[in-house]
Design a protein around this ligand. Sequence first.
Ligand SMILES: [Zn+2]
Length: 594
Amino acid sequence: MTRWLVTSALPYANGPIHFGHVAGAYLPADVWARFLRMRHGRDRVLYVCGTDEHGVAITLGAEREGVGYREYVDHWHGEIKALFDRFGISFDVWSGTARCPYHVEASQRFFEVLHDGGYVFERTEEQWYSEEAGRFLPDRYLQGTCPECGHEKARGDECPSCGSWIDARKLGNPVSLVDGSRPVLKETTHWYLDLPKLKPALAAWYGSQDRADHLPWKPNVDGYVQSMLDDLRERPITRDLPWGVPVPVDGAEGKVLYVWFDAPIGYLSATMEWAAAAPDGEHRDWRDWWLQPADGEPPRLAHFIGKDNIAFHVVVFPSMLLGQGDAWQDAEGVGRPLVMPWAVPANEFYNLQGRKFSTSGGWYLDNEDFFSKYSADAARFHLVMSGPETADSEFTWEGFQGTNNTLLADKLGNFASRVLKFAAKRYGGRVPDGAGAAPFDGEAAAALADADQQFAAVGEHLEGHAFRQAGQALIAGCAALNQFFDGCAPWKLAKSEDAADQTRCAAVVERCIAYLELLSRRMAPFCPDAAARLRAMLGAEVATASAAEHWGTDGPPAGAPADAALGEAGVLFAKIDDDTIAAEIARLQDSAQA
Ligand SMILES: [Zn+2]
């Protein structure tokens, strides 16, 4: 009884997210989760996400805007979710590290177990301190002279002029960005995660990932992790900040866990929140998802992330999980190891029309405007088909138009529309009875066999996270069905006075309707709304309610029930004309110039 635990990187609650984020870490996870629910059952899949609400980027952003930290993260938590809702991202739980009622305790527990196990040590060092504000200043709160090039407005962690990484203590004439005061160096204590000590366990786990039931590491993940393992260093896991999870040891008053330490624990604490919110009569236990069972297969934990997050999901978080040993107990009170990542499908970056997305630079897509004109399904399918699976890729308006018009409207929507309109006209909107027709042979049989093969491939590619290939197979299946319909030419058969031709015409239309029902399920992970609309067009009797939730078996679909009433044919994907696309491109360029 396999379980799938699907996560998408927790977005920082300090700004808007854009299509590039969606294409990288959210849409592929959503397509996969929708597919798994259909293939293996809703109760076998848990899709977890929420906002990352701690860290310097957030305290700095809130202080600059003069709003409270809580108010600040609440705002972005809502904004970010609004875009996910537009895209139909189907999280089972959507939480946030500052709002989840289990997060502080879970994060402190992680720290304590690592501390007690000897994987955390303390170190005292000098750090800039604002006497005016009475607090230590994280690197990004500082500005001063670059020790490398002399640039006067270098940040505490990085110089924008020469690009050097800076040791903040070497910054010349530092100024606090919070209050403009001149900070002083003062001793402070921080706690470090001893990654070198965890390395043997980490390397053993990482190297064991070639098991047969495992997806291999993606090349971008493997290259990065191998070089990181060669030079694994201790990392500080605490900070002097007024906002975050308090460090649970004596002498750590005023210190919080570093955001990268507590953020991935957000996946686990959000699962606890989901379990606690179980409706009456539904069994939910977070331990079923996060503890390795005494026997049987552990849950398959898949982290969907961007490539900038590989270190934390394949090195740091797994080290933290390994360092927990068997400190966490199952329902019988027996300590069990935590579940380790099963797959980390890290995507490359997704750009916009030749440049990086930049909200401040005007190079972005206005979400409100976009979704007032175009369908979420078309956006979803285009982002899958142009997604950054193996290399950086980009959204172009011309590409979006091509996907919508040539693939979705011409291949998929057109097939549905031709078949249903023909059935309405010729058979009064009912499924004709093709019983007694000779079996299809020659090109007609070959076209159906091709459709069977392509629709089976959709599932195989989705199993292996090959989303673009899965989308290609879906469209190839539609192309095969169009070929079948064209080759059989039912409109000619319908005019024949030969009874055998009439029966064959009915058989052709019956097959097309049965395949449309199959298509509605194969397209559902990509285009859930259009899939539901297609099922409505097929009518209740053809599209029985239970079947929609099931992926079903591959191969020729069962017969559509003779004489069942079809619904009304409609347009699944409206075409987008050239003028509309030209106007969008002009608008983008104007917005960037402004
Ligand atoms: Zn510099």
